[in-house]
Design a protein around this ligand. Structure first.
Ligand SMILES: [Zn+2]
Length: 289
């Protein structure tokens, strides 16, 4: 039995046809792997099935995954009671970089997680997250970030969201120390001329090649999303993305953010808003100005 893991953001084939929101891939690639047999410690409950760790740890990961899913649906999609997934999201936990790389097909050396989603005609056929679980923490550090990609795929059924928005939102669900490292990568890259203009960043439809620029991409994308989210709220950002796909980015920026051009997004990296921890958000939290 084989399944296909899509590492590129856009695989063609039209709406709902095997498009995939994915994470942390160095290059467009399509690989496959032999389905991993049911491990004795696999725990399946609710919307998740966790493979690769002992049962008690797997149960704790399922609990954390459900919380992250619920928070992402509530915060981003305004769905406090989302329907259960008909196809559970598999979470494969790896204990060394070699196993992780073998499962996802050669990610960047520093990658901690990857997401693959396979779409059928009317529904998602496969949801799979691979994460490194080698640290001391029970819950893998990349879990919430990857769950954001999976949740966003439920909304962006006609095609994945722009890469900068997909990754930027996911980074806002990372822990504060991870967000700070991404931001430091961006600031360092900016000093070395590796950052993008707002327009160029928004037009990227694939991850840039090479680890140094990928690091800048994550940090810079998160900086823009953090700034826009701070101007309104996460749900407005999603509506802005929906609107951008219909009538263009500039019109959507004007409508939702009172910004008269894409170039105005330069302010995003001059004004540095406080770190936003969407993964820790309570339903009543206000993240406005
Ligand atoms: Zn990601």
């Amino acid at each position: 039995m084989q399944r296909v893991l899509f590492l590129s953001g856009r695989t063609g084939g039209g709406p709902r046809a095997a498009a995939a929101a994915t994470a942390h891939a160095t290059r467009a690639a399509v690989v496959s792997w032999l389905a991993i047999p049911l491990a004795s410690a696999a725990v399946a409950d609710g919307n998740f099935r966790v493979v690769g760790v002992a049962a008690d740890r797997a149960a704790a990961i399922v609990t954390a995954a459900e919380e992250a899913r619920s928070t992402a649906f509530t915060t981003l999609l305004d769905q406090p009671a989302p329907a259960a997934w008909r196809v559970r999201c598999e979470v494969h936990v790896h204990h060394d970089p070699g196993a992780f790389a073998a499962a996802v097909g050669g990610p960047p050396a520093a990658a901690r997680g990857a997401t693959s989603i396979e779409f059928g005609e009317t529904d998602v056929l496969l949801r799979r997250i691979d994460v490194m679980g080698d640290g001391s923490a029970v819950v893998p550090d990349a879990l919430a970030h990857e769950i954001v990609h999976v949740v966003l795929a439920d909304h962006f059924v006609a095609g994945p969201p722009p890469r900068w928005a997909d990754e930027g939102l996911a980074v806002l669900f990372d822990a504060a120390d991870i967000q700070r490292r991404h931001d430091a990568d961006f600031r360092t890259g900016q000093d070395h001329g590796l950052a993008w203009s707002p327009r160029d960043l928004l037009m990227l439809d694939q991850l840039p090649s090479g680890t140094p620029r990928q690091r800048v991409f994550y940090g810079q994308s998160a900086a823009v999303v953090r700034w826009l989210v701070a101007r309104r709220d996460p749900a407005t950002f999603i509506r802005f993305l929906d609107d951008s796909a219909v009538r263009g980015t500039e019109a959507a920026l004007q409508a939702h953010y009172d910004l008269d051009s894409i170039a105005a997004l330069e302010q995003a990296w001059r004004e540095v808003p406080a770190f936003t921890l969407l993964g820790m958000t309570s339903p009543n939290r206000q993240s406005g100005e």
